[in-house]
Design a protein around this ligand. Structure first.
Ligand code: UFG
Length: 341
């Protein structure tokens, strides 16, 4: 029997590369498409090095309908995982049109071509950002979404709704949205990881760049929140565990196991960790000191969000496994690898 093939859009990115590896290791074939707008060709090389084989790759912008059509003509696949999107919250506030155009046009192109070519399964990269400052914690998939506070977050909500409506309306189309909490860490080989351009927005890349001496000092955004140590609580999920959640979701779709045409799963650990706890663990497991200072709150940050993971645990048969310590070691190993330290 020939292998199931999965199209991975944005497959040269941080989560895409780890997911491509996990899919191939689980017995799937992958076709990666990426326009390298926020990634590098070296990411594909990293994937191939880990796997010890070539993977199908096309440099394609998912907003480019004709280029995307060629991919659908050339490859036979039943499932797409759509990662390709811009993801910087701050930039989305300054350039909303860039975000709406890219994130929504690319997604609608994918959905309409899946429909047109009779390819059934669409897995969408959503985010815990859709919960905003949640009414109750931990958040379940039923916790009401809050109005988005950034165009980036809005594109996630709108794309979820597009997928829900299309799966409801079009016979034979199935969708799963995975709501990621805070993905961190890198592959144990240190051959793939996060490659932020410019000054990182997210905590861990800023931490590893500070440890590497590229940034002088880490700013901790606020220690006056109503949390145990005053800093924000998040659910930091190892990117390799996150990748495996995609494999489980793909298996559910390709195995015709879905209970409805559209399903949503939280992908987190279920464990809240504060900024200070994270920094302290990072220092301890990597045996180094991080220069940091407490500064004011960052606008838009919610005090706390973490996942109720029962649904993913039970229905997907997936659970986060890697320890926070191992994840933080891998984040530092990756930074050292890319800086030749
Ligand atoms: N933080 C710092 N200093 C930094 C960077 C971050 O103290 O230099 C803190 C933040 O204030 C927050 C925590 O570290 O408390 C995590 O911040 P990240 O930027 O790493 O992650 P966020 O939880 O803000 O962002 C995540 C996703 C986004 C998503 C956002 C919205 O990465 O994609 O949640 O909730 F949009």
């Amino acid at each position: 029997m020939s292998k199931e093939t999965v199209l991975v859009s944005g497959g040269a990115g941080y989560i895409g590369t780890h997911t491509a590896v996990a899919l191939v290791e689980a017995g799937y074939d992958v076709v990666i498409i990426d326009n390298f707008s926020n990634s590098e060709a070296s990411a594909i090389e990293g994937v191939e090095k880990i796997l010890g084989r070539k993977v199908a790759f096309e440099q394609v912008d998912t907003c480019d309908t004709e280029a995307l059509r060629k991919v659908f003509e050339k490859y036979d696949f039943n499932t797409v995982i759509h990662f390709a999107a811009y993801k910087a919250v701050g930039e989305s506030m300054a350039e909303p049109l860039k975000y709406y155009a890219n994130n929504l046009v690319s997604f609608m192109n994918i959905v309409s071509m899946m429909k047109e070519y009779g390819r059934p399964n669409i897995l969408f990269s959503s985010s815990a950002t859709v919960y905003g400052d949640a009414e109750s914690l931990p958040v379940t998939e039923q916790t009401p979404r809050q109005p988005a506070t950034s165009p980036y977050g809005n594109t996630k909500q709108i794309a979820e709704d597009i997928l829900r409506d299309c799966c409801r309306a079009y016979e034979g189309l199935y969708g799963i949205a995975l709501r990621y909490f805070n993905p961190i860490g890198a592959h144990p080989s240190a051959l793939i990881g996060e490659l932020p351009r410019g000054v990182p927005n997210n905590l861990i890349p800023f931490v590893t760049q500070t440890a590497a001496g590229i940034r002088e000092c880490l700013s901790v955004f606020g220690n006056d929140y109503d949390t145990p140590d005053g800093t924000c609580l998040r659910d930091y999920i190892d990117v390799n565990d996150l990748a495996k959640a995609h494999v489980a979701a793909v298996a559910r779709m390709t195995g015709h196991k879905m209970d409805a045409s559209y399903e949503i799963f939280n992908v987190g650990t279920g464990r809240p960790v504060s900024v200070l706890e994270l920094l302290t663990r990072f220092e301890a497991v990597n045996d180094l000191k991080l220069p940091y200072k407490i500064v004011g709150r960052r606008p838009g940050d919610v005090p706390a969000v973490w996942a109720d993971t029962a649904l993913a645990n039970e229905v997907l048969g997936w659970k986060a496994e890697r320890s926070l310590d191992d994840t933080l070691r891998s984040a530092w190993a990756w930074e050292k690898h890319i800086r030749n330290l």
